[in-house]
Each structure stands twice: as C-alpha cells, then as structure tokens.
Design a protein around this ligand. Structure first.
Ligand code: DLL
Length: 434
C-alpha cells in the first residue's frame, strides 16, 4: 500500500526522536513543578527537583499519576494553566466512581488534530475522502477527537455521531462515506444492519474504518472486514492523556505506533511498578510531553500490553504497542484463573457460525465461581436441531477449558437477542460484586 505520512517526524531516526523527547520532557517537568501544586508536593516529598531530570531516560525517576489523583483533585485541580487558556473540556466515560475531567488549550487541540490526522493518513485517508464519524459527540473524546483530526487533514467530515443505525447506512450510501470511525462493536452492528437491509457492502464506497475505544480481537477485525468489505484499523487513546490518537495503526496492522514526539510510553509491572523490557506484557504508562492544560506524567492506564521497536514495513519509526488485551481492572479472576474478556472473544470467534456478540456472566454458587457465556449464533447458521446446538455448546466449552483452563457453561442464543451498543460494549456482568 502506498504510504501517506502526515508528518516527517513519523519516520525520523530514533536518536532524533529521543533528543526531542528529552527536550520536551524537561520543559514539561518544569511546567508542572511551577504550576501544579499536586506535582510540586509530590516532587518535594520524594526530594526530587526538576533539575534531576536530564534526559528521557530519567522518566522512571518521576512519580506515577493515578486515576484517583484526578478524582481527588476533581474537577480542575491538576490543570496547569489558568482557566482563560482552557478552550475545551472533556470527561472520561468512567464506569465506576466519579468521572474525571480533562482540559485542552488551543495548542493542545492543534496537537490532537495533528496526531489524529496521522492516524487517518496511516489508514490511507486523504483530504479527498469523506470521513463518517459515528463515535459519540459530547464529553466523550471519540466524536470531537476524530472530527478535529479529519478536519486537520482537510478531509470532508460527516459528523453523524451515534444512533439511528439505518439512517447512518443511508447516509453512508448517499453521501459516499469513504472512511468510517466508530467503536468496533458498533462497526459490527452496522455490518449486520447493512446485510439486513439487503445492501451489498461491496457496492458501498467505504474502504477503511478506524475503530477503537474498547478492546477487540484479531478475529473480530476479520469479521468486521468481511461484513463491511473494508480494511479495519485500530486506534488507541484515553481521555486523561489526550483522547483517541495516542497511538494508531498502519498498513501492517500489527500494533499501533505511539506518537512519541508527544507521549513517552513505558511498560511496567503493575504490582511492583518496575519498568519492564521491550516485549514484556505489563501495564502501559504514558507521560505527556507537549500538553499544556493537563500534562500528566507516568499516568497508570491499567491497560495491559507490550511495546516493540521492531522495524515496521510502513516506514514509521515510532515504537509500536500491541492491542491492549484487557485492563488490570477488568481482568476477571474466575476460580483463581486470570481471564480477560478479549481472550474469551478470541476462543469464541474460532467457530465460524458464532458472532462476536457475547456476554459473560460471572456468579458464585456456594464457594465456587461460575462462568456462563451467552453468545449469538450467526444468522443462517445451520443449527436447526437442538442436538446440533448442544454439540456446538460442548465444543466451545471444551475450547474455553483447554485454552483458558476454566469450565464455562455456554448458551448459544438466537441472532440479535443480546443488547447492541452504539458506543463501548458491555461484555461482562459480574454478579459476585452485587
Ligand atoms: O476511549 C478514547 C478513544 C476514543 C480511543 C475513540 C479510541 C477511539 P476513554 O473513554 O477515556 O477514552 O477510555 C480509555 O478505553 O484506557 C482503554 O482501556 C480503552 N481503549 C481505548 N482505545 C482502545 C483500543 C477513549 N484501541 C480506555 N483497544 C483505555 C483497546 C482501548 N482498548
């Protein structure tokens, strides 16, 4: 595929990127020490001064920042600029506890637009494309983030937001959408709806999708690519660091390049905080090095992944991170076994007549945990006899047990019986916590 780099920095040699990171890290450390009392206090407690940070290698001397720190300083306590420089606020979708508020200066928005323009370019997008945005607009960073990026690129934005799926598809047909941006679960749902409406996906102009905001497996990618007849690219980010665009996938589709000129990524052992070598799975930690309004350092994402500096065929030199395969806080511990919903998704999708629409119900019977997996059969799958359904349920249960080491009761349910999501999908009901 022909490569479209939005910025020359994407292919800069590593030593240049590191020099830039060192320079920007020093500036950021000075900025937060001078303007954020929370960080000044933390530095003072640790006996650390901004002068102790000399290069990017010193990042590991800095203290971690946790989501709880944002909550404790709710809403604006960690902002590093006066309110008259803040031109936008967003909030994280946080499912538990108070949501967290994040802010941007005009320059922060410009940077955000640029890094998402890089992501759209890496997916083959140009200013000649219509970019159909079905992430939610509002406090969630998905809609306005992609909007900003597509605008920066000079593409034509179709700001549809979520909802009214049939109308979305009508718009896709009539307006000639080239690139779709939404959550992977919503992309699946759109694919199903297109089929239900009797539309041939190959007849649509759509050729690529930029999907993120929730974990999705390689198997799910294949299903989406088939259903929509497109190439599906991953995009990662979190509100606290910027929103979508912290990292983005390229034509190789084997992980996401981190925008290293704006963020430093580390992988740590979530229990000890120790920095792990390249290639090890651990918690992703990000440090903002150009943010003005809310420059968080060593932010603990709770997302589990690894990084790799292996040469990428697309020519970009930015380090790559794996698809996060779960979060330290949505890891389920079932009968002592650590399980991520995405691992179960991968097992389920090895069966051709099964869809990625599933729900995990964890409960406790007496002292024992139980796992029930409800999963939808594919439309038109040849399961007309109860016997066949039972047979498939046993096979899936066997696969889950042999791959993950836990027993699960499988219930195949009819197509379209599980609730659909237009934003982030809810995959787990843990009744043990109720
Ligand atoms: O979800 C930002 C975003 C919007 C990213 C649109 C991509 C596309 P939050 O609502 O703050 O921000 O949620 C951040 O979502 O810590 C991950 O757990 C998860 N997440 C985001 N992107 C991915 C991805 C947005 N590509 C949290 N794969 C993060 C897996 C993802 N998980």
């Amino acid at each position: 595929m022909e490569q479209h780099y939005y910025s020359p920095v994407e292919t800069a040699p590593l030593d240049e990127i590191r020099a830039l990171q060192s320079y920007r890290l020093l500036k950021t450390v000075r900025h937060i020490y001078d303007h954020v009392p929370f960080y000044r206090n933390k530095f003072d407690e640790l006996g650390l001064t901004p002068e102790d940070i000399k290069t990017v290698d010193d990042v590991s001397k800095l203290p971690f920042t946790y989501k709880q720190d944002l909550r404790d300083n709710y809403p604006y306590g960690l902002f590093a600029v006066p309110q008259d420089q803040v031109v936008r606020v967003h909030a994280s979708s946080g499912t538990t506890g108070k949501q967290t508020v994040v802010g941007y200066t005009q320059r922060d928005l410009d940077v955000w637009g640029e890094i998402i323009a890089r992501a759209i370019s890496a997916a083959g997008g140009t200013k000649h494309d219509f970019v159909h945005i079905s992430y939610g607009y509002g406090l969630f960073t998905g809609g306005l983030g992609l909007h900003q990026g597509a605008t920066t690129l000079g593409a034509s934005v179709i700001p549809v937001s979520t909802g009214n799926t049939k109308r979305q598809i009508q718009i896709m047909q009539d307006f000639g959408s080239d690139i779709l941006c939404c959550t992977p679960s919503y992309a699946m749902y759109m694919g199903e709806t297109i089929r239900d409406m009797g539309i041939d996906p190959n007849a649509l102009k759509l050729r690529a999708g930029i999907f993120g905001a929730e974990p999705w497996s390689e198997e799910m990618r294949k299903k989406i690519e088939e259903l929509l007849a497109i190439k599906a690219y991953d995009i990662y980010g979190l509100s606290e660091i910027m929103g979508p665009g912290v990292s983005y996938e390229c034509s190789e589709q084997t992980g996401m390049h981190v925008n290293e000129d704006h963020f430093i990524v580390e992988v740590i052992d979530p229990d000890t905080g120790e920095v792990l070598p390249e290639g090890s799975w651990g918690e992703l930690v990000f440090t903002c090095i150009t943010k003005e309004a809310l420059p968080l350092i060593r932010y603990r994402t709770r997302d589990i992944g690894f990084i790799s500096r292996k040469k990428c065929s697309c020519g970009r030199t930015f380090v790559k991170m794996s698809k996060p395969n779960g979060r330290t806080d949505d890891m389920l511990i079932i009968r002592g076994v650590n399980v991520f919903p995405s691992q179960i998704e991968s097992v389920l999708l090895q069966f051709p007549d099964i869809t990625p629409n599933y729900l995990l119900i964890v409960d406790r019977e007496g002292a024992l945990d139980s796992l029930e997996i409800q999963v939808e059969m594919a439309e038109g799958a040849a399961f007309d006899a109860v016997r066949l359904i039972e047979k498939r349920e046993k096979e899936i249960s066997g696969a889950v047990e042999s791959i993950l080491g836990i027993a699960a009761t499988i219930h195949l349910v009819s197509p379209k019986t599980l609730a659909r999501s237009e934003g982030k999908a809810q995959r787990v009901i843990d009744k043990r916590k109720l």
